[in-house]
Design a binder for this molecule. Structure first.
Ligand code: C5P
Length: 220
């Protein structure tokens, strides 16, 4: 099979990152978690107490951002510092949709993402990969499940570090983020016309990756 570029888009908690990691490992591909990049920008903006979009854009344009896929987690290095441990906090999750709606932030992130993907043999996960970042991706998947199923998954991931969060908090947080992500002006979360819709509510992560590999093999 030729070295494909695979775009996995979908709402929060659909298992995109876990499935993309399994896929990348099975196919010997690179993996790029684009959400981690928007989270890193948000973390930096919060650290510097920036609120005005123009200030956030000017900070983003000066950031030296490096992405380093590792076995379990994709590391994001900003100006030489590994910010990965700080980007999945409720505070970052609560602000990331506002920051990622800013045009200048997206332009900077999309440029890095396209550069990473130019040689193929890569799985990218995000919200706008199939529609904007790689409109010519070889395989596009729109991965989803009910809000409740997604919240249950996120809840399991989150409670270790944040025992104060309730299931209701998680469900509210992902619904709010999905709403903002799909209603923004620039590159909103939406299924690309040529993407395969995959509801993985009844599938395990392994089973989801298997289904995507099957789609890849049936086409290439
Ligand atoms: O994938 P994850 O849930 O970590 O993404 C965090 C946020 O980053 C999303 O809610 C969205 O606001 C933003 N994002 C985006 N475009 C992408 C990936 C993520 O706007 N390609």
């Amino acid at each position: 099979m030729k070295k494909l570029s695979i775009a996995i888009d979908g709402p929060a908690g659909a298992g995109k990152s876990s499935v993309s990691k399994i896929l990348a490992a099975r196919l010997g591909y690179a993996y790029l978690d684009t959400g981690a990049m928007y989270r890193a920008v948000t973390y930096e903006a919060l650290e510097r107490k920036l609120e005005r979009p123009e200030d956030i854009v000017s900070m983003t344009e000066k950031l030296d951002m490096e992405v380093k896929p590792d076995k379990d987690v994709m590391h994001v290095i900003v100006d030489g510092k590994d910010v990965t441990p700080y980007i999945r906090t409720p505070e970052v999750s609560g602000h990331v949709s506002e920051v990622s709606a800013i045009g200048g932030v997206r332009t900077a992130m999309v440029a890095i993402q396209r550069k990473q993907a130019e040689k193929g043999g890569i799985v990218l996960d995000g919200r706008d990969i199939g529609t904007t970042v790689l409109p010519k991706a070889d395989v596009k998947i729109f991965l989803t499940a009910s809000v409740h199923t997604r919240a249950v998954r996120r809840f399991k991931e989150l409670t270790e570090g944040h025992p104060e969060m309730t299931m209701e908090d998680v469900e509210k947080e992902i619904s709010r983020r999905d709403y903002l992500d799909s209603h923004r002006d620039i590159s909103p979360l939406k299924q690309a016309e040529d993407a395969v819709l995959l509801d993985n509510g009844d599938l395990t992560l392994e089973g989801t990756a298997e289904a995507i590999i099957h789609i890849c093999r049936s086409r290439f």
